[in-house]
Design a protein around this ligand. Structure first.
Ligand code: DAH
Length: 340
């Protein structure tokens, strides 16, 4: 019994000396570990005469409970002290204003694409995407340009190392994809996407740029529908007063082919520079879909007609914002991008 009392005193004294959590845990192992002193004291019970066992056991349990409680209280206190110390040595100023999150924004190309989608969606067009890596057949042949056709020179092409596979030079091959998937039903879609051309990069030409293609196919579709659609689009995009001028042109995949200009506002100081003094600016190419193209898409040119157009959103952005260098779009210069 005296040994138990001495053990208790010794343990409490040692506990009072343990300065931090590590030391406390060491103390715990010393007294309560598998080969600890408390365990050894409990083990004594077996060696005692029968009549002393009960009293010794009761006292041992009391000491055990007292030490456990003292240990737990000391541990809690040590943890609180450590927390206080860390808070005062490394103070946290809750009154500091938070760090503002930098807000992202849409790339100007995405913004204009969405404007174009919205306008054509109102006109009942669906948006359709097709691949950027195309076969020579779809990029040229099905668009009425057989191999060695001189019109292919209009597109400086990136050829891949796989024969017959190119990066699409325009979104027009999408016309063939849509027709093949529509299986003879009427079509009214726009096809936005990235195009690639093997150009010398300059302020006016890039090797990659967006196009938005349009395709309408059905019974009795006429040039008047094309003109009405383009005019509605131009006025929504560039202002309700815009006049549209149509010039005849040539594309292998349309017959007849046209180019569409809009008049540039007279009060814009950039008017002369942008329009080279003419007052008119080209915004897109278009035409009535060539019978060979309809056939390539599985449509019968004796039954249906169609119109198509192709425009360059980067070019439109340059017009709208008087941007004079097309290379700015893909350089990721935040000083440029933040202006939109
Ligand atoms: N694909 C032509 C180009 O890249 C643009 C174009 C012109 C598309 C007339 C058309 C069209 O659908 O009818 O220059």
């Amino acid at each position: 019994m005296d040994e138990l009392k001495a053990l208790e005193q010794q343990a409490l004294a040692a506990l009072a000396q343990a300065a931090d959590e590590t030391k406390l845990r060491e103390w715990n192992t010393e007294y309560f570990g598998d080969s600890g002193k408390m365990k050894a004291a409990m083990g004594q019970i077996g060696k005692l005469p029968k009549d002393q066992k009960a009293a010794y056991g009761a006292e041992a349990n009391r000491v055990k409970a007292a030490l456990t409680a003292a240990y737990e209280a000391a541990l809690k206190e040590a943890k609180e002290k450590a927390l206080q110390a860390s808070l005062t040595s490394n103070p946290y100023d809750v009154t500091l204003p938070g760090r503002p999150r930098t807000r992202g924004r849409l790339h100007p190309a995405t913004q204009i694409l969405r404007q174009i989608y919205a306008i054509f969606a109102d006109l009942g067009f669906q948006i359709y995407r097709t691949r950027e890596v195309e076969t020579d057949k779809l990029n040229f042949e099905d668009l009425n340009m057989p191999a060695h056709h001189p019109a292919r020179d209009m597109w400086d092409t990136f050829f891949t190392t796989t024969p017959g596979v190119v990066l699409r030079t325009h979104t027009s091959p999408g016309q063939i994809h849509v027709m093949k998937e529509s299986g003879g039903k009427p079509i009214r879609v726009i096809l936005p996407g990235m195009c690639y051309r093997n150009e010398a990069i300059s302020t006016r030409s890039e090797i990659q740029f967006h196009q938005v293609e349009g395709l309408v196919v059905g019974e009795g579709v006429t040039m008047a529908d094309l003109k009405g659609t383009i005019t509605a689009f131009a006025r929504r995009m560039f202002g309700p007063e815009r006049q549209v001028r149509i010039r005849s042109s040539y594309f292998p995949f349309t017959e007849p082919s046209i180019e569409v200009d809009i008049d540039w506002p007279k009060d814009d100081p950039n008017r002369d520079r942008l329009t080279k003094g003419t007052g008119w600016l080209e915004i897109l190419g278009a035409g009535m879909v060539h019978p060979n193209v309809l056939r390539a898409g599985g449509y019968d040119p004796d039954k249906v007609t169609g119109f198509a157009f192709g425009m360059g959103p980067q070019r439109m952005l340059m017009l709208k914002h008087a941007i004079d260098d097309i290379r700015l779009f893909w350089q990721n210069d935040l000083r440029f991008l933040r202006q939109f």
